[in-house]
Design a protein around this ligand. Sequence first.
Ligand code: ZN
Length: 133
Amino acid sequence: MGKYLLKFNGRKVGAIGVFGDFKLIVNADNEKEAILKAYDTHEHLTRLTVSPMKEHKDMIDKMQAERKTICEYCGKEKEGLSFMIGASRAPAWVMVEGTGKMSCPDCWADAMAEGRAAINKHIADYNVSIKNV
Ligand SMILES: [Zn+2]
């Protein structure tokens, strides 16, 4: 099982007439399964590209070796390793608190939401664990 990045034009299932460009990350065993998963939520896919995403640790190594910052959501790159740590109130290059993943300004909103969800889950799991002691 790995993560795949899909980019395509299409529309969300049931969104009649509203087409747009989408970036979607899915967990799948291979590219074929990744595409099938995209059809669970989207339809009429055109200009589809599928690429396997590197694991987080590999991405950090690649950023350090190549001296550039790479978005772990869309693959966008910028020269040099510079970013905000933890959080930013506005779209920026951020290593997101909760996931530790790098996000570019375009993916910032989704990345911050994922980080907050990870933190909330951690707190909820901890509260359950101390309740059961
Ligand atoms: Zn991005």
